[in-house]
Ligand binder design. Structure first.
Ligand code: FES
Ligand code: FES
Length: 155
């Protein structure tokens, strides 16, 4: 396989990019398109910090070849700035001081969004499960779990 020109919709806009077979979706999003919210923590599929939505499902963009996004719809945190649910989640993160260094925050918020889209009032156990693959080196997770839980409107 050689270079190929692929199209994908990113945060609502059709994009074209020339990719090599080994190019990672993470690098295309950050370097070609300038969306810096997906972070590289490990680069090996272990930390979850590079998570984005592909056709509405979370994927690890560091282990997703860019060509797999061909004709797909990709959403990063930047694409959810005006989304009411994401605004709730972000406000709840602020209220709970759930972002310390902030490096994991975009991925945590994406995972919270994915959960709350599917279930508006999850239990704390379900919140913990939803973020179990997303690593945070700062918070001890409690504030993040509380932030997502409260954003869901649970009692
Ligand atoms: S950077 Fe992708 S899982 Fe860690
Ligand atoms: S707030 Fe620093 S890694 Fe989570």
């Amino acid at each position: 396989m050689s270079n190929m020109l692929i199209k994908m919709k990113v945060n609502g806009t059709e994009r074209e990019v020339l990719v090599e077979p080994e190019d990672r979706l993470l690098d295309v999003l950050r370097d070609d398109f300038g969306f810096k919210s997906p972070k590289e923590g490990c680069g090996t599929g272990d930390c979850g910090l590079c998570t984005v939505l592909m056709d509405g499902k979370p994927v690890l963009s560091c282990v997703t070849p860019a060509f797999q996004a061909r004709d797909r719809e990709i959403v990063t945190l930047e694409g959810l700035n005006d989304d009411p649910l994401m605004k709730n989640i972000e406000a709840s993160f602020r209220d709970h001081h759930a972002a310390q260094c902030g490096f994991c925050t975009p991925a945590m918020e994406i995972m919270g969004y994915d959960l709350l889209k599917a279930k508006s009032k999850p239990t704390k156990e379900e919140v913990k499960e939803a973020i179990s693959g997303t690593l945070c080196r700062c918070t001890g997770y409690y504030d993040i779990v509380d932030a997502i839980y409260d954003a869901g409107g649970s009692e």
